[in-house]
Every structure is written in structure tokens, then in C-alpha cells.
Design a protein. Structure first.
Length: 413
């Protein structure tokens, strides 16, 4: 397989491009694109996925890289030696250029805790732009891994020397289970770090506490999915990728709330008058009050203030007013249409809903709620487009859907 790192424009973020598809498929490294997998971090755009991205993402963050495109002709990144060092070496050899743009950062504003049984992650505000991680790994006294604790303050030099070389590991029992399932039969003990009761089998540690260092490396890589540099303090105990992802989702919700507050103070990017010039919808079907952020043709955030005066509340339902789910979808679709209209070749065209996929409703919307709508471009072409949309109230997910559009002329004549 081939893996190629390519420079990206300021503000582009990190994205993988599957060049082996009929049309190259772009998958941004954002929490919205996470797909559920065991023991690894994987991303998906529609039916196209890229697997085991965490070690590469950790290297990117460790080297303080903000914008990068990773092109690959395979569904999975190369495992190499199970560490981040091979990615660090290639990127360092290529060289890193400074860009004339402000770095996107997010300071953890309050205490956040996520847990699963006796595993937990706790994040809280730190000092300045620092990211400090304390990880407590505990496999029990009878395990060759045992209990390990390591504290790490993220710096570029520290990452390269102290974290990047730490490799993925599994216990001897886990290795036997994988082989019984027909997996990894071609691998030797030199290819993967297997820990037996007495320590590494036919291998050697690079650090006495290499296992806990690798867990920190995984967490650093997973935090990249927030789409910016995270600063603060994090305590981890027995956490893995699934819990890391849950923390990133919580941070994402907090970041959206913080950004929304700042945008509302700054004023609308598109007010109702501008929206009416873009959308053909009118009362009672114009379901967006304003757009507060647009990032080119890749992302948009809009607002819908829900009041008791909405005409649909008269019949849905008189004694318990609830916004119809189809209208929440319609509001998200209208924001998606606005986002797609930002592409130059879509000027003068209207986005007509073509299909819906993975539609989910999480909670009802009632009078007095403010719907915060967010749309991310998944795929965009001259005549069609696909966006993934989410609707939230007070940071709580209300609904989400992947929506496909056909772009048609606004004036049929």
C-alpha cells in the first residue's frame, strides 16, 4: 500500500483521502466521522472507511501540525511497528512549514468526567496552552503488565523522545484469543508486543512503562478528532478508545456551546434577509432564523428559535406541543442547502432533498427551545451533494441525519 502526506491550506484541518475509490473520498479527522470499532479508532464517510488512524494522528499532534492531507490506497493505515515513530520520521524528514493563520485551540473550561465501570477519564482546566495527562494503567498483580502510572506534559521534543516509540501491546491471553479467531496468524512476537506473565515474549520493552506510555499516545491521537489543539489536564484510568471517543464528544459539545455564545455576540453571518436571498422557502416553511458560522463549503452552523407561535403547534399537539420530527429534518436540510450553495459552481442553484440515511431522533423539541443546527459536507459534486447534519438543544443531541441533495436551477425557465 501507499501512504502520502500532502500539505493542506490553513483552516483545512486533518483529512484522509481514499485514492483507491472510483472517485477519491475525503474523510476528515473529526469526531462526527467516528465509526464504532473494537480496540481502534476508525473514521467513515458514507460507506468508505479508514481504519486504525490513532498512531498517525498522535504523530501529527505531537509535531504540532494543524493542516494535512493523508492520501492512501487502502482501507487501513500501515501498522509498521505499532508506534508513532515511523510517522514522525517521515513527517520530520519532509519538513514542516509555518502558515499565516491562527491556530485553533480549545481550553477545557470545566470539569468533565466520563466512565465505564471502573474505567474513567476526568478532564479539567489547566495552565495556559499546556496539555498534561496522567494515566493509571492496572491489569492486576497476576498480569505481566501490572500497574503502571505515568505523567506526561505534551511538548514536541517530549513526544518524539518519550511517547512516539511506545508500541501497541496485547497480553498473551488476548493473542491466543485472536489466533483462535483466525486473526494475526502471520504475525510473530517480533512484529507485535505480546506481554506474558513474566513480561514481553521474545521481545524487549523500549521503556519500563511502555504500556502506559502507549495508552497516553492513543489518547493524544484521539483528541485530534476535536478538530483543534486541546489544552488542560486529563486523568485517565483504564480507559481505551471507546472512552476516549466519549470524552472527545463531550468536549465537542462544550466547544460548540462556547463558539455559539461568541458567534451570537458577534452577530449573524447570514441574517434572515440574506437567507431569503439563498433559500426559496417562505413562511411557514422557512425554518432557519440565522446562520452564525460558515466555513467555505465544508461546515455551517445555524439557529432556529422555536416559539409557541409556530403554526404546527396548533395540531401537534394542542395539549403537549412538540415540534414534528420531519420539520427538524427539514430545518437541517435547509442548512445543508445553504452550505452546498457556497460552492461556486452551485451559484444560482437550489438543493432539493434526494434521500435520507441514518436518521435518528434523541429527544423532543418544545416551545422555548433554541435549535442549534450543524451541517458538515461529506461529498460534493457539480449536480449532487451529501451533508451530515446534527440538531442540538443546550448542547444535547436532538436529531441527526445524512442528507443527499440534487442541485437544480433556481429558475426553471
Amino acid at each position: 500500500m501507499k501512504l502520502r502526506f500532502k500539505p493542506a491550506a490553513p483552516g483545512s484541518g486533518i483529512a484522509f483521502v481514499r485514492s483507491d475509490q472510483p472517485e477519491p473520498t475525503r474523510i476528515t479527522a473529526r469526531v462526527e466521522n467516528l465509526t464504532k470499532r473494537a480496540r481502534r479508532t476508525s473514521l467513515r464517510n458514507g460507506t468508505v472507511a479508514v481504519e486504525t488512524v490513532e498512531h498517525c494522528l498522535a504523530a501529527i499532534r505531537g509535531l504540532s501540525i494543524d493542516n494535512l492531507e493523508i492520501e492512501l490506497d487502502n482501507a487501513e493505515l500501515p501498522a509498521v511497528d505499532g508506534s508513532s515513530t515511523p510517522f514522525v520520521e517521515v513527517l520530520s524528514e519532509a519538513g514542516i512549514a509555518e502558515q499565516d493563520a491562527e491556530r485553533r485551540c480549545f481550553k477545557i473550561p470545566e470539569v468533565i468526567r466520563v466512565s465505564d465501570g471502573d474505567a474513567e477519564l476526568v478532564a479539567w482546566p489547566g495552565e495556559g496552552e499546556r496539555l498534561d495527562i496522567i494515566y493509571e494503567l492496572d491489569y492486576g498483580r497476576d498480569s505481566g503488565v501490572g500497574r503502571q502510572i505515568h505523567r506526561f506534559a505534551l511538548t514536541q521534543d517530549g513526544f518524539v523522545d518519550e511517547l512516539a516509540p511506545a508500541r501497541t501491546f496485547i497480553t498473551d491471553e488476548e493473542a491466543r484469543q485472536l489466533r483462535a479467531a483466525g486473526l494475526g496468524k502471520h504475525l510473530t512476537y517480533q512484529d507485535i508486543l505480546v506481554i506474558g506473565p513474566q513480561g514481553p515474549i521474545e521481545n524487549q520493552y523500549r521503556f519500563p512503562d511502555e504500556c502506559v506510555r502507549h495508552k497516553i499516545l492513543d489518547l493524544v491521537g484521539d483528541l485530534v478528532l476535536l478538530g483543534c489543539f486541546v489544552s488542560g489536564r486529563i486523568y485517565a484510568r483504564k480507559s481505551g478508545h471507546n472512552l476516549n471517543h466519549e470524552l472527545v464528544r463531550r468536549l465537542h459539545e462544550l466547544r460548540l456551546g462556547t463558539q455559539l455564545h461568541e458567534r451570537l455576540k458577534a452577530g449573524a453571518k447570514l441574517d434572515i434577509h440574506a437567507l431569503q436571498r439563498v433559500l426559496p422557502h417562505r413562511y411557514p416553511m422557512l425554518l432557519i432564523d440565522r446562520v452564525v458560522e460558515i466555513e467555505g463549503d465544508q461546515r455551517a452552523v445555524g439557529i432556529k428559535n422555536v416559539t409557541i407561535n409556530e403554526p404546527f403547534f396548533q395540531g401537534h399537539y394542542p395539549r403537549q406541543p412538540i415540534m414534528p420530527g420531519v420539520l427538524i429534518i427539514e430545518a437541517m436540510a435547509q442548512l445543508g442547502g445553504i452550505l452546498l450553495s457556497q460552492k461556486l459552481e452551485h451559484t444560482g442553484k437550489v438543493a432539493v432533498l434526494l434521500s435520507l440515511d441514518r436518521v435518528k431522533f434523541r429527544r423532543p423539541v418544545a416551545p422555548g427551545d433554541q435549535l442549534v443546527l450543524e451541517a458538515h459536507t461529506r461529498r460534493i459534486r457539480s449536480r449532487t451533494g451529501e451533508v451530515h447534519c446534527r440538531a442540538q438543544v443546550l448542547g444535547e443531541l436532538v436529531a441527526e441525519a445524512s442528507i443527499r441533495f440534487m442541485m437544480v436551477d433556481a429558475d426553471p425557465s
